[in-house]
Structures are given as structure tokens and as C-alpha cells.
Design a protein around this ligand. Structure first.
Ligand SMILES: NC(=O)c1ccc[n+]([C@@H]2O[C@H](COP(=O)([O-])OP(=O)(O)OC[C@H]3O[C@@H](n4cnc5c(N)ncnc54)[C@H](OP(=O)(O)O)[C@@H]3O)[C@@H](O)[C@H]2O)c1
Length: 335
């Protein structure tokens, strides 16, 4: 079968190469899927360019995200049958409840979805949302639960709240849509005024350009009449965290998600104590959270924000667009 692989030790876009692998044979509990679409996350780009925090000691098929059609099932499988449309869960396998310590993710360390066929344990797939295309559904497994849990875990976002999303990538655009469906208003930060306009058209009530306003937390406080925001979707990480602490409201939460500014540095959470605000670590999410957000998307008729769809053979161009930052929401690949 045709695949793309990230070469062991890759440090640049050249490390993504087309390859051939044997078609997987499903074991008794496995579901074999002909992939119809895949989608990219910041993490795939980090892996390819040598910025991923864990070593991958072999050539790996990238991408955690995808969608496809079941073509064969093992003899003990009860959850799916040939012809079913499915998407994988990011972690193989975290079904519900507290996160298990050893969680194997698709796209590293496990082989991912940029392959014609993928075989996984039946518990590592969920039914595709019926209202979405393969390309749309393919964008859900990583950024979807991350945004959902950033909003809903701990003290969940509620009607009348204000949510701040940092940047206009995949996690932020899902968070924008889910927060609005929950009755919250959304402020977005971006490096680019045109992207802020696009986010406004998707329903953001306010936007701050963090390049022209390096003290963006002051702008956010201004937009909320000095009150601050109830939830920060913190995609920036250590380089933005202190500013997020400054503009979170009393009793609010900062959902720590991203590493866009790296992992080294310092931030002082002391002020959260006075505000009785929370700092909440997010690690994508369980299968149950993916299933919950699918329900919410179906009821609210939410469609993922896809900037561009590339054909399979142009996967390197898709990765180059991810690297450029010239997109909002998701980048998908169609097979
Ligand atoms: N913890 C988890 O479970 C989890 C899960 C998924 C993703 N993540 C992490 O979350 C982050 C976002 O992931 P993603 O897949 O949504 O990324 P993405 O789609 O590649 O989007 C990244 C966007 O973030 C913005 N950005 C870049 N640097 C920024 C900064 N210094 N401050 C604010 N915004 C910045 C840019 O938007 P503008 O051009 O508009 O500024 C960029 O386009 C990444 O660090 C990723 O590793 C973590």
C-alpha cells in the first residue's frame, strides 16, 4: 500500500517521503479501514522538523487524524462491520475517565493515518459523524477533543462566559465553534488582521493582533470591561502563559494546551490563588470526549473549518502550508 513516512531523525520538510508498506492484516479484535482522508496538526509538523519532545527511533507514518471506510474486521469484532465509516481515536486506547499513564498516540509513536489502509483494535475507532464528509470528519481526532476538553473539563464553559482562544489554528477554531454552541462569546488573538476578520466571520466577537499589541492581555481586559475571560484556550504555552494568567477572570480557568512558544521559560501562577482561578492541563482526550463532541457537532450542525484540502500525492505541500502558518483551522488530505 502507498504511505508517506517521516524518516527517522528528520529535521526538515524533506524528511517526508512517499513509501510502500505491506497492507496490514487485521487480528481477531482489529478493524481494517481504507483511509479516505487525513488531516494535519501542529504536532505532525513538529515531528517532521525535529521539534517533537519524544524521539522516534524508526521511520513512522505520520498523522493522528483521518477518516475511512471499514473493509474487513477480525472474527471477534462486535463494534463495526464492513462498510461502516469511522475515524480513529488519537490515543490507542483511552476509553473514558482519568488518563492512563501509558497512552500510545497515532502518528508517533504508533504509525498514523497517512496510509491507504490502517488496522487498529476495534476500541480505537469511533463512528464517523453522519453529516460530515470524509475530509471534514478526518480533522476531528486530535484538535477536536483538545478544544472540547479545554472548554468542558474542570468548570465547564457556560452561557454568558467569555472564552479567549490563542491563535487561529485547528484547536482555536474548534474551540471557537464549541464555545459559541455553549452560549459563550469568544475573543481570538492572531498575528494577522486578515485572520482575525475570518475568525469574526465565524462568530468571534473580538480579536487582538498579538504582533501589533505585544501586551495583548491588556487589550483582552479592555474588551471585557476589566473583568477578564472565563476560559483561556492556551495554545501558546510558556511564552504566553503569564499574560493568560493576567487576563483570566476571577474563578476562571486557563486550559494549558500548546507549546507554540516552546517549553522552556518561566511563568508565575501565584496570582491565580487570589483570583481562585485554575490552571488545567489538557492532553487531547478520551474516546468518550470525542464521542461527546461529535454529538454536539451533529446537534449544532457544526462543520470543521478547513482552509485547504490537498490530494494524497501532495502531502508534502500540505505539510509546507502547515509550516508556513498561512492558514486558519485545519489542513486536510484527500485520498
Ligand atoms: N495538549 C494537547 O493535548 C494538544 C493537542 C493538540 C494541540 N496541542 C498544541 O496546541 C498548539 C496548537 O495546535 P494546533 O494543531 O491548533 O496548531 P496549528 O493548527 O498549527 O495552529 C497554530 C496557530 O497558532 C498561532 N500561533 C503561533 N504562535 C503563536 C503565539 N506565540 N501566540 C499565539 N498564537 C500563536 C498561529 O495563528 P496566528 O497566525 O493566527 O497567530 C498558528 O497558525 C500546538 O502547540 C500544539 O502542539 C496540544
Amino acid at each position: 500500500m502507498k504511505v508517506f513516512e517521516i524518516a527517522k531523525g528528520a529535521t526538515s520538510l524533506d524528511g517526508l517521503r512517499p513509501g510502500e508498506r505491506p497492507e496490514p492484516k487485521p487480528g481477531p479484535y482489529d478493524v481494517l479501514v481504507r483511509m479516505r482522508a487525513a488531516a494535519l496538526n501542529y504536532r505532525d509538523h513538529a515531528l517532521l522538523t525535529g521539534h517533537y519532545p519524544f524521539n522516534v527511533d524508526r521511520n513512522v507514518i505520520p498523522c493522528s487524524d483521518g477518516a475511512g471506510e471499514v473493509v474487513a474486521v477480525g472474527r471477534a469484532v462486535t463494534r463495526f462491520k464492513p462498510g461502516d465509516r469511522v475515524i480513529p481515536t488519537f490515543f490507542q486506547i483511552w476509553i473514558d475517565g482519568a488518563p492512563p499513564k501509558n497512552r500510545a498516540a497515532l502518528g508517533a509513536p504508533l504509525d498514523g493515518t497517512l496510509a491507504e489502509f490502517v488496522s487498529l483494535h476495534e476500541d480505537g475507532w469511533v463512528a464517523m459523524p453522519p453529516s460530515l464528509s470524509f475530509e471534514e470528519a478526518a480533522t476531528l481526532p486530535c484538535a477536536g477533543p483538545t478544544a472540547w476538553n479545554g472548554l468542558m473539563r474542570g468548570n465547564p464553559v457556560k452561557p454568558g462566559d467569555t472564552v479567549l482562544c490563542l491563535g487561529t489554528g485547528g484547536v482555536s477554531m474548534f474551540a471557537l465553534q464549541f464555545a459559541q454552541a455553549a452560549g459563550a462569546r469568544v475573543i481570538i488573538t492572531s498575528s494577522n488582521d486578515e485572520k482575525i476578520d475570518r475568525a469574526r466571520k465565524l462568530g468571534a466577537s473580538g480579536g487582538v493582533n498579538y504582533k501589533t499589541h505585544p501586551d495583548w492581555e491588556k487589550e483582552v481586559l479592555g474588551l471585557t470591561g476589566g473583568r477578564g475571560v472565563d476560559c483561556v484556550i492556551e495554545n501558546g504555552g510558556i511564552g504566553t502563559l503569564q499574560r493568560s494568567f493576567e487576563c483570566v477572570a476571577w474563578g476562571g480557568k486557563v486550559s494549558l494546551i500548546g507549546v507554540l512558544t516552546g517549553t522552556e521559560g518561566s511563568a508565575n501562577p501565584h496570582g491565580l490563588m487570589f483570583k481562585q482561578a485554575n490552571l488545567h492541563g489538557i492532553g487531547v482526550g478520551s474516546r468518550a470526549s470525542l464521542e461527546q463532541l461529535i454529538q454536539a457537532m451533529e446537534v449544532n450542525r457544526i462543520k470543521p473549518v478547513i482552509d485547504r484540502i490537498f490530494p494524497f500525492d501532495q502531502a508534502p505541500e500540505a505539510f509546507a502550508l502547515q509550516a508556513s502558518g498561512n492558514f486558519i483551522g485545519k489542513i486536510a488530505i484527500t485520498f
